[in-house]
Design a binder for this molecule. Structure first.
Ligand code: CUA
Length: 332
């Protein structure tokens, strides 16, 4: 269905109608008052024009009643925009739970996507309809920005940290996405498509592209080859360094008694800058891995640490490799 108003992109996510409604409300209020003020100005110019050169206007004392009225009414209108805007904002920026996670790495001038099940894509992202999809994003060089007009989502992708955004597509189709932060010569070409598929079609697509190492498995290999095992244990059970089992999304107490939530950003920081936040009871002995690991490898190690979480279920659409199917034990 095409949008009912020209110049408005198609509406294809659970967020888009809320964003549109607010947008049209603000536009409507603006147009209404612009017209009202213009008409009144023109009316007064004509009504109170100077009629002869000797006319002396009547002095005006002012009116508290009028001034109160034209202060309070705009305040109330502005507050409706504020509260409505806050509501839409929180719906969009509260992290999504139970979402399909996709890792996104931007670089001049392309987008690399990797699914939790291992499939990789460039400038194209396949997702199922009616499921939340969370993008965990970073960049290898400068700031980029993932903007999907049909979903009304837009978020910067910043070097040195992770940002996230999520959407839930409401109808199958092919939707443009763009880089929305000027990033050099081919900025305008840094674009692609989100392909929204019916769930069964999506499962077929996933299995048709199976056989690639999942980010978590690649992260496990890095965990061993980079020597993390020597302090965090062969099975991440801990040792000279803190245990990593179940750490993701849990509360961690630091040696300055601060409590933080171990999200992707914290895990990333602890690998690159281990001295920044030290878990209480441990010494500052971990070396930095800055420069020894690429953004993609970093995402893989983060994915591995997340996979150690016992509290959260495995990615629901994750298909075990065919050989592992009979013996795969679901996390209980
Ligand atoms: Cu990347 Cu503009």
């Amino acid at each position: 269905m095409q949008s009912w108003f020209p110049f408005v992109p198609e509406s294809a996510s659970t967020l888009s109608s809320d964003v549109d409604a607010l947008y049209f409300y603000i536009s409507g209020v603006t147009v209404f008052f612009t017209l009202l003020v213009s008409i009144v100005v023109i009316f007064f110019v004509i009504r109170y024009r100077r009629r002869n050169p000797f006319e002396i206007p009547r002095p005006i004392e002012g009116s508290h009643k009028l001034e109160t009225l034209w202060s309070v009414i705009p305040l109330l209108i502005a507050m409706t925009i504020f509260f409505w805007g806050a509501k839409v904002y929180f719906a969009q920026y509260r992290p999504a739970h139970n979402a399909i996670e996709v890792y996104v790495v931007g670089k001049q001038w392309m987008w690399k996507f990797q699914h939790a099940t291992g499939q990789r894509e460039i400038n194209e992202l396949h997702v199922p309809v009616g499921r939340k999809v969370k993008l965990i994003m970073t960049t290898e060089d400068v700031i980029h920005d993932v903007f999907v007009p049909a979903f009304r989502i837009k978020e910067d992708v910043v070097p040195g940290k992770y940002t996230t955004e999520w959407f839930e597509a409401t109808k199958p189709g092919r939707y443009n996405f763009f880089c929305a932060e000027y990033c050099g010569m081919n900025h305008s070409g840094m674009r692609g498509y989100v392909v929204v598929m019916e769930p069964t079609e999506y499962e077929n697509w996933l299995s048709g592209n199976a056989g690639q190492t999942s980010p978590a498995a690649a992260g496990r290999a890095l965990y061993e080859s980079l020597g993390c095992v020597s302090c965090h244990g062969a099975n991440a059970e801990g040792g000279r360094g803190p245990a990593l089992l179940g750490v993701y999304d849990s509360k961690v107490v630091l040696n300055n008694n601060q409590t933080i939530t171990a999200d992707e950003g914290y895990i990333r920081e602890s690998i690159l800058n281990p001295q920044a936040k030290i878990v209480t009871g441990f010494g500052p002995i971990m070396p930095s891995f800055q420069g020894q690991i690429t953004e993609e490898q970093l995402l893989q190690v983060v994915a591995y640490v997340k996979s150690l979480s016992t509290a959260k279920p495995e990615t629901p659409t994750a298909k075990p490799a065919p050989s592992a199917k009979p013996s795969a034990t679901p996390a209980r």
